[in-house]
Design a protein around this ligand. Structure first.
Ligand SMILES: NC(=O)c1ccc[n+]([C@@H]2O[C@H](COP(=O)([O-])OP(=O)(O)OC[C@H]3O[C@@H](n4cnc5c(N)ncnc54)[C@H](O)[C@@H]3O)[C@@H](O)[C@H]2O)c1
Length: 415
């Protein structure tokens, strides 16, 4: 099958590389010419386990030229959907990319299925994307197909997740579109749900909102446990024997960040409010997650004054195994530390280059120098932090690193 993928970030590039490995002919379209050049050199512009290996094995062509989509059987729409300042989901990239698809398709007579993979607020495919696609008189369901099939991959494990999907959600405009997408996935083994476009969109944002609720819930329990000298992790372990609860996303700490969970939650809240509904639970998740980000500073202030103190940060990425710093907890913490007059020295195995774009003014140092600071904050649970020598230090641990307990002064975020 010939597949064009519009947007070659975490979702598009991983899908493109994996589909090429499975035998499809893949063309990636991206407006970022540097990214295009890196991919054409057989390399990955992002850090994802196993991605460079695949890109070295298969031929994936990348281009900034939309005309290359004309021959595609299927076009995946994988551009970013960040949020605007008011928290609503920005459709700027989606609209621009869809318009460019329409222009490129003009004159072409072939039938393509357009598959929306980007996360969008329910109603977007029907209310925004299809009307743009139909501007030239071509009709969805007759001249082209449309599916909305959200992506559930985890950054850092994206290649594995693409190859071993937990589920396939096929939101279909019509049966022919859905059948075509199912045909692409015919060799995968996973539960499939065929549904309409807006339900598929809601399944994605509702899933993300549910995960944020689990994290904020266990952090709340953790904050209470800490005061009562109860081990939150043992509580979570005991809870997890109940398979209605499960063990995933119950690691108390300093909250969730990343490119998806916070923004999708915010966008859902804004959408609900626009419709006149106050989503109280969702609002509280967001609020408690924001408070939790600053918990390490509250704890640190019990032990030292921040003005002029050298504070070492272990971890800048929003989670381990990625170089992504979008909405990372480190952003909140560094901002607050700088406001308090602290001198910040930070180390991360992968994310320094990305973090430097946001905070060029702090010191990026080797891990040894972080350990020599007046106090250390553990922000990301990188494997390599598990073996450091914390003896004699002041450590505030946001991620439950057992060896950090050897510190002279040790405080866990929720334990
Ligand atoms: N990152 C994840 O873990 C993840 C997981 C599931 C779903 N999603 C969703 O998938 C979508 C993509 O996420 P991502 O993390 O891959 O984004 P990203 O920011 O990493 O990549 C988006 C890419 O789209 C390109 N782009 C922007 N406008 C374009 C245009 N008009 N034409 C062509 N290319 C254009 C950008 O240059 C960039 O390379 C988002 O909606 C996101 O919420 C992301």
């Amino acid at each position: 099958m010939r597949i064009s993928i519009v947007g070659s970030g975490y979702v598009g590039l991983v899908a493109g590389a994996c589909l090429a490995k499975l035998g499809s002919e893949v063309t990636l379209i991206d407006t970022d010419s540097e990214r295009v050049e890196v991919v054409n050199n057989g390399l990955s512009p992002i850090h994802e386990d196993g991605l460079n290996e695949i890109l070295g094995q298969v031929h994936v062509r990348a281009t900034t030229d939309y005309r290359q989509i004309v021959d595609a059987d299927m076009i995946f729409l994988c551009v970013g959907t960040p949020i605007d300042e008011d928290g609503s989901m920005s459709l700027e990239h989606i609209i621009r990319a869809t318009e460019q698809i329409v222009t490129a398709m003009e004159g072409g007579k072939g039938y393509h299925v357009i598959v929306v993979k980007s996360t969008v607020i329910p109603g977007t495919t029907e209310g925004v994307i299809i009307p743009i696609l139909e501007r030239t008189g071509r009709k969805a369901g007759r001249d082209f197909g449309v599916c909305m099939s959200p992506e559930f991959l985890r950054e850092g494990k994206a290649v594995y997740d693409f190859m071993n999907p937990m589920r396939l959600i096929v939101g279909e405009f019509d049966k022919r579109s859905g059948d075509a997408l199912l045909d692409l996935y015919r060799n995968f083994n996973m539960p499939v749900l065929r549904t309409n476009l807006r339900t598929a969109e809601m399944i994605k944002v509702a899933s993300n909102a549910f995960l944020t609720m689990k994290v904020s819930f266990i952090n709340e329990i953790g904050n209470i446990c800490k005061q009562l000298s109860i081990d939150t992790y043992e509580v979570a372990k005991g809870m997890a024997f109940d398979d209605r609860i499960g063990s995933k996303f119950l690691d108390a700490g300093i909250g969730f960040g990343g490119s998806c969970l916070p923004k999708d939650l915010r966008a859902l809240i804004v959408k609900a409010r626009q419709m006149g509904y106050e989503p109280g639970i969702l609002e509280e998740i967001l609020h408690s997650n924001e408070k939790q980000a600053l918990k390490p500073l509250q704890l640190l202030k019990k032990h030292i004054s921040l003005e002029g103190a050298r504070i070492g940060l272990l971890g800048l990425a929003f989670k381990p195994e990625t170089d992504d710093v979008r909405d990372s907890r480190a952003i909140w913490i560094v901002q607050a530390l700088l406001q308090e007059g602290a001198v910040v020295k930070a180390y991360d195995p992968l994310a320094v280059a990305n973090f430097k774009k946001l905070f060029p003014q702090i010191d990026y140092v080797a891990v040894e120098e972080v350990l020599n600071c007046d106090a250390i904050l553990i922000i990301t649970e990188w494997e390599e932090f598990k073996d450091l020598d914390y003896t004699g230090k002041i450590v505030i641990d946001g991620r439950r690193i057992p060896k950090a307990r050897e510190a002279r002064i040790y405080e866990g975020a929720c334990w």
